[in-house]
Write a protein that binds this ligand. Structure first.
Ligand SMILES: Cc1cc2nc3c(=O)[nH]c(=O)nc-3n(C[C@H](O)[C@H](O)[C@H](O)COP(=O)(O)OP(=O)(O)OC[C@H]3O[C@@H](n4cnc5c(N)ncnc54)[C@H](O)[C@@H]3O)c2cc1C
Length: 455
């Protein structure tokens, strides 16, 4: 239970409509897309960096756990107040501070939605490349803290590649500025890249200087339908070996296609058991050359049909709806976002199929194949005998497979609480020790998102 003088302290800092303590109100901040529930004892809504700093100082003084929160769409439990305490919701820090087309920069507060950044940049001929499927609902702060990415990461990279600098408040309550306003700069350690992906364990981001990219002149789509996942995976390897880089290269397996068929009955031919959704962008000339090369690389004995599509908007909407549709298959989904080197994708998909068969677990896979980033979903009914136990064993072996293939456990969702038990598979003890030292330097009393990220 929170000490009365801590509660009074926060109430003195913020007006009454920016503090919640009623458990019913606080419950609305107890979830994220991991579907676990950990209610905070208090929710505070700062609107300035100075307010964030004062709240952090109070939490330090009273030893209260503080969990930063954007819009709670994260899938790995990062924004869940596992130890109670205070949820710091950044959702009201909603100002776009400046738009600077000549320098290709937009400066923003952390609560602004990803989609609002795109809307602000578009009239000037720019976009911010991180494109999670949740763009309409997730905040820039959450994108930064998880280094979010999406389909276009194959050509444009992830959040980490599109940030020039940050303002933040460390767990010790210090204001820090990282990076610079220019696209070149090598003064000091790169704390910007350190904070990006740190999942709210080191500092609370209060402002970000984002690097914008010119909008491509046009875009065009290709779809390729295959009889099986193996031929589809072989085509992915050939496409990524080309000098032409697609701006999206998404893979859908038979299970994912069946889900789309159920919701959108006439969208896909019956014979298709694996599919690529490819996007190419640039000038008309560049698109024509790249499309030809990619269509050639799609050819395979298992190919049913590969074609340029003028309007793939419906299919993209269906692709983006896949994550929620999985809830129709089983009450619980173990949703991973592992990455393997692209050339290892055929072996990964083969071995994964063997694993899910051996453990008798329903499985749907789709994802950002151009990065080797596959959303592996193990779909489980926790009330069905030993199904959960089998799924956990399958998961453990799937992570071993990823590491053996020189991959990584998470490409975009982060570790949070969901994956922390497995971090030791990827990061050795010496490196983890150094990461813990860094955590102590930023957050000596371990108040920021305590318990997250480390095994
Ligand atoms: C339907 C659906 C589709 C999705 N698709 C994608 C996808 O394609 N790609 C992808 O990368 N992700 C995807 N996600 C996951 C999620 O949307 C992203 O991780 C997103 O970046 C989280 O943003 P948020 O504002 O909801 O953050 P939250 O979930 O609130 O928080 C995420 C993490 O960031 C920390 N945090 C939040 N704000 C700050 C801050 N200002 N300072 C410090 N730490 C902070 C939190 O403590 C937590 O650890 C999807 C989620 C859903 C539900």
């Amino acid at each position: 239970m929170l000490a009365a003088d801590f509660v009074d302290g926060v109430r003195k800092l913020l007006p009454v409509d920016r503090v919640l303590t009623d458990p019913v109100d606080c419950y609305a901040y107890a979830y994220d897309n991991s579907r676990r529930i950990f209610p905070p004892e208090m929710v505070a809504f700062p609107v300035t960096g100075a307010e964030v700093r004062s709240i952090v100082a109070l939490c330090n003084m009273h030893g209260v756990a503080l969990t930063p929160r954007g819009r709670g769409t994260g899938t790995s439990g990062g924004s869940l107040p596992e130890q109670g305490g205070l949820a710091l919701s950044l959702e009201r820090m909603l100002r776009i501070v400046s738009m600077d087309p000549a320098n290709r920069v937009i400066v923003t507060e952390p609560g602004v939605l990803n989609e609002s950044i795109q809307e602000a940049a578009r009239p000037h001929g720019f976009f911010w490349p991180p494109d999670p499927s949740s763009a309409a609902y997730c905040s820039v702060g959450g994108n930064l803290a998880t280094s979010a990415g999406g389909p276009r990461a194959v050509k444009y990279g992830t959040t980490r590649d599109h940030v020039l600098g940050l303002k933040a408040v460390t767990g010790a309550g210090e204001f820090i500025r990282t990076g610079c306003y220019t696209t070149k700069g090598v003064v000091g350690y790169d704390l910007t890249r350190l904070l990006i992906g740190s999942e709210g364990t080191l500092a609370i981001i209060t402002e970000a200087t984002l690097k914008l990219t010119p909008l491509p002149r046009s875009r065009s789509g290709i779809t390729a339908h295959y009889r099986d996942a193996r031929s589809c995976a072989a085509a992915i390897v050939r496409i990524m070996a080309l000098p032409e880089t697609p701006s999206a290269l998404e893979f859908l397996d038979g299970g994912a296609l069946d889900l789309i068929r159920k919701r959108f009955p006439d969208m896909l031919p019956d014979a298709t058991r694996a599919m690529l959704m490819i996007e190419v962008d640039g000038s008309e000339h560049a698109i024509a050359a790249a499309s030809k090369a990619i269509l050639d690389a799609c050819r395979d004995p298992g190919l049913i049909l590969a074609e340029q599509v003028a309007d793939a908007a419906g299919l993209w909407r269906a692709r983006k709806a896949l994550s929620p549709l999985l809830r129709d298959v089983a009450p619980r989904k173990i949703n991973e976002d592992v990455v393997v080197p692209v050339a290892a994708l055929p072996e990964f998909l083969d071995d994964l199929e063997r694993l899910v068969r051996a453990y008798r677990i329903a499985n749907v896979n789709f994802g950002h194949a151009g990065n080797g980033n596959i959303h592996v979903n193990l779909l489980v009914n926790p009330d069905a005998g030993d199904e959960m136990e089998r799924a956990q064993k399958c998961l453990d072996q799937m992570f071993d497979l990823v590491i053996r293939l020189n991959g990584t456990l998470s490409g975009e969702h982060g570790i949070g609480s969901e994956k922390r038990a497995y971090v030791g598979k990827e990061i050795d003890a010496g490196t983890l020790g150094l990461m813990k030292d860094i955590k102590r330097a930023f957050d000596p009393r371990n108040i920021l998102n305590p318990g997250k990220l480390f095994p």
